[in-house]
Design a protein around this ligand. Sequence first.
Ligand code: AMP
Length: 233
Amino acid sequence: MVILLFGPPGCGKGTQSRFITEEMKLPAISTGAMLRDTCAGGSSLAHTIRELLAQGSLVPDDFVNEMLIHRLAQDDCRRGFLLDGHPRTVSQAEFLQNYLRHVGHAEPVVIHLDVEAAVLIARLSARRQCSLCSSIYNMQSKPPQLPGVCDFDGARLTTRTDDRVDVVRDRMTAYERLTNPVISFYAGQRYHRLDGDRAPFEISSEITNLLRERYIKASSASGNTSPARANHM
Ligand code: AMP
């Protein structure tokens, strides 16, 4: 099964992604996390990507698609995968659709976590990340035991550049402008918009029930449990 998880920055996609992938035994693939890894080095490519991420701008489609396809070609993606952060443009959605058809996966199940902009801005500006192990804290809902330092390794907590309020606002605006056409691209039976402003476990239970009732039972009844595998593009 291929699951696309949509939602604006800070809507809880990371938490739900971990939950769904444990439940469904699928790998979670976040293009944002992959790009953050890519921009760690000192090359000019790393520098360009770092700048784009810091501005909250999208990385060009061709680069992201190419990076993604290398990851999807790995063996752990055979049974399916969950994508967090891709597609973000209609061109990425078209690219992904061609790829999924080519390798014989069913159409993706789209889960969209819906949260109001004001709630998101408050959540994101309270978010901190460990400078060493990248653990995420939230000064409102999940503060560290000692102010400013990570519970696991004592390293300093920092605000991600792209979580600053001005950058967050830009990311929201860009998100809405670009995502609405992508959502329209997936409009149909396999698109599910869920209220994301609830306790994480309530959202997780709704997702589990939805996947079990609508997709797992249905695909076992039709005998279609794993995709035929074609050669990669
Ligand atoms: P995320 O962790 O998904 O919020 O992504 C962090 C940043 O990475 C975004 O603000 C973009 O700059 C970049 N990014 C992540 N995924 C994509 C994508 N599919 N296309 C273009 N840029 C992306």
